[in-house]
Design a protein around this ligand. Structure first.
Ligand code: SAM
Length: 243
């Protein structure tokens, strides 16, 4: 669905935190999309860009999930390993995977369907816009961001997802007492995340010491394995939304 054609042409003013991969899908992934997307993928209204969300098009989670339950949102869910595992193990919680990588979303649906997971939905869109325009304010119990693209070159740092502006957007979506959990294998980005969130008026540190303990709901993904193999320390962070 798109109302973009009827609007004056608009582009994003700021760089996004991803480069959209060509999105070539295998036949199995194409079939997964055709068969499983009607149940798993939330059909959203777009603004000008293909991965945008039209302002003012918020969903009602009790309608989408057909019940009132805590909602966990994962940004950049990749192949979906963490969120499918969590959704399988926590049937009383609802889960939303936010990703722009279509083949990853197809893989996520295939794995979810194999496990007969019914409490998970997916959205193919730019995460800050999902938080701002698709989710109602204070709707989210936990927000997860595991191994966001590090954009490690100085000239690309501005593409990083976790910035003061993002912290404010995340704070609006997470309910008072809710959690923001992050992990990265890139030390400079870990420092940036901690600086940004320590300075946020909306979040309190939920760990003692330098870094949080590994979140035990976080399964080891290929990205973590690669980082660890290169000798990088894995940093977890956890922040609680102020009431
Ligand atoms: C380095 S991968 C990590 C994937 C997964 N969390 C893991 O640990 O395996 C980062 C993912 O975030 C997605 N991503 C980056 N920026 C995004 C955004 N603004 N909105 C949605 N997804 C995004 C990318 O497409 C990519 O799949």
């Amino acid at each position: 669905m798109s109302d973009a054609a009827s609007e004056p042409h608009r582009y994003r003013e700021k760089p996004v935190s991803f480069v959209r991969r060509s999105g070539r899908m295998t036949d199995g992934q194409d079939r997964a999309w055709a068969d499983l997307a009607p149940f798993y993928v939330i059909d959203v209204q777009r603004d000008a860009a293909a991965t945008s969300i039209l302002p003012g098009s918020a969903i009602d989670p009790t309608v989408v999930w057909e019940r009132d339950a805590p909602l966990v949102v994962e940004i950049g869910s990749g192949q979906g390993h963490a969120i499918v595992h969590a959704a399988t193990n926590h049937p009383d919680t609802d889960f939303l995977a936010v990703e722009v990588f279509r083949a990853g979303l197809a893989r996520t649906m295939l794995d979810a369907d194999r496990e007969d997971v019914r409490n998970l939905r997916l959205v193919e869109a730019n995460a800050p816009e999902v938080l701002q325009h698709l989710l109602p304010a204070a709707s989210t119990s936990e927000l997860w961001i595991f191994f966001p693209d590090p954009w490690h070159k100085n000239k690309h740092n501005k593409r990083r997802l976790v910035t003061p502006e993002f912290a404010a957007i995340a704070a609006a979506a997470v309910k008072g007492g809710g959690m923001l959990r992050l992990a990265t294998d890139w030390q400079d980005y870990a420092d940036q995340m901690r600086d940004v969130l320590d300075a946020s008026p909306d979040f309190d540190r939920a760990f003692a010491g330098e870094w949080a303990e590994r979140f035990d709901g976080r399964v080891v993904t290929a990205f973590e394995r690669k980082g660890a193999a290169k000798g990088r320390a894995i940093r977890d962070l956890a922040y609680r939304r102020r009431p």
